[in-house]
Design a protein around this ligand. Structure first.
Ligand SMILES: [Zn+2]
Length: 153
């Protein structure tokens, strides 16, 4: 049984794109013997042979794309954490070099801080005061990143 083709050149169809490695919307650019022969990907604008997708393939591709995205997100989070930790380490050793050895002050919101002061926070660990925002707030770099902390309360 011949498949009824209800698309024309210029119609939009879903096709596998080898460049995008995804199922994307394509514009039909050639039809031969009632069959789509050439399509153009609307995402990357590359022209190629029509690769029809069945529901199963589509689900599989979507699943793989999702997995790739998750892996990428995880790697990005890890990179961010590593770079924050490195920054903290460098800062800590730099401050200790410049300001000579100082015993970390236990963090308390009642205290007033100054830049380059090393503090110790019960939960976040060692930190370096990097910025006095105003008389009530300071930015402190901890191993996992910068936190705005209260002071002088
Ligand atoms: Zn594409």
């Amino acid at each position: 049984m011949a498949e009824q083709l209800n698309v024309d050149v210029g119609s939009e169809v879903e096709s596998m794109c080898t460049k995008c490695k995804l199922v994307t919307v394509h514009v039909v650019s050639a039809i031969k013997n009632d069959k789509i022969t050439k399509v153009m990907c609307k995402s990357c604008l590359s022209s190629h042979r029509y690769r029809p997708v069945d529901a199963e393939t589509k689900a599989e591709i979507t699943k793989k794309a999702k997995e790739r995205k998750l892996v990428a997100q995880k790697a990005a989070r890890k990179r961010a954490a590593t770079s924050a930790a490195r920054k903290w380490e460098n800062l800590l050793s730099k401050v200790q070099d410049e300001e000579q050895e100082q015993d970390p002050t236990e963090y308390s919101i009642q205290q007033t801080y100054e830049t380059n002061q090393i503090i110790n926070h019960a939960k976040f660990g060692k930190g370096v005061v990097v910025k006095i925002i105003d008389d009530k707030k300071v930015d402190i770099v901890f191993e996992d990143g910068v936190r705005t902390m209260a002071q002088n309360y």
